[in-house]
Write a protein that binds this ligand. Structure first.
Ligand SMILES: CC(C)(COP(=O)(O)OP(=O)(O)OC[C@H]1O[C@@H](n2cnc3c(N)ncnc32)[C@H](O)[C@@H]1OP(=O)(O)O)[C@@H](O)C(=O)NCCC(=O)NCCS
Length: 189
């Protein structure tokens, strides 16, 4: 059984593990948000076809099963619609994970990214006892994205040079961090 739960509760949204039955809804949300995703997300260099997205979702399902990475969609509780996604990725060394997220363009500004990333934060530290820290990275010009770690108690750790791989990228990234000890203290308040 995977280490992370299939479903996370996050207030106005719930996070559901990627499954093939969600491909149509994920595709619709991606197409509806394409301009914004294309600006910032390397995986959105082109609009995916249904077949290509199904392959990505199938691979994500297998990675979740193998505890390699954990990808979820965000489902709006009120309507049942797919309104974004987020996941935990092994890109930052053996003791850490990186959180990624996106929100459907007609639902931004509702707190969904903050709610989803917050649920991923709690689930990661609870479910993975060896996890020492989480990171969230965004381009320096992605001001909306930078609000999310700030609101969740992450601290800005460093500014880094990185490749320009989307139209919005400036070559400068911000890396925000949350340590287990800080997360544990925040649970006690
Ligand atoms: C970035 C993104 C995930 C934010 O999603 P969201 O659901 O709107 O985020 P939230 O509502 O939880 O919080 C957004 C915050 O940014 C603020 N914000 C929005 N646009 C902003 C801007 N241009 N400058 C500064 N702050 C901004 C909002 O006011 C809000 O803060 P507040 O709650 O203090 O008012 C969404 O816009 C998105 O998917 N963008 C495209 C993909 C992307 O950039 N993903 C992240 C890659 S690192």
């Amino acid at each position: 059984m995977p280490l992370l739960p299939d479903r996370l509760i996050a207030g106005p949204v719930e996070l559901l593990r990627w499954r093939e039955k969600f491909v149509d809804d994920l595709l619709a949300a991606t197409v509806a948000s394409y301009a914004e995703l294309h600006e910032w997300m390397p995986w959105a260099s082109t609009i995916p076809t249904k077949a290509a997205l199904r392959e990505v979702v199938d691979a994500g399902y297998a990675s979740f099963e193998a505890d390699q990475e954990w990808q979820y969609l965000f489902r709006e509780v009120e309507t049942g619609e797919v309104v974004g996604g987020g996941g935990l990725h092994k890109r930052v060394g053996p003791d850490g994970l990186e959180i990624g997220y996106w929100v459907r363009s007609d639902r931004t500004g509702c707190g969904y990214a903050t709610a989803g990333a917050g649920a991923l934060t709690d689930a990661a530290f609870r479910s993975l006892p060896k996890l020492q820290f989480l990171e969230i990275t965004m381009d320096k010009a992605n001001h909306a994205s930078a609000q999310i770690p700030r609101k969740l108690g992450f601290r800005l750790d460093r500014e880094v040079s990185r490749d320009i791989v989307t139209p919005g990228h400036t070559g400068r990234g911000l890396v925000w961090m949350l340590n287990r000890s800080t997360w544990e203290s925040s649970r006690l308040i």
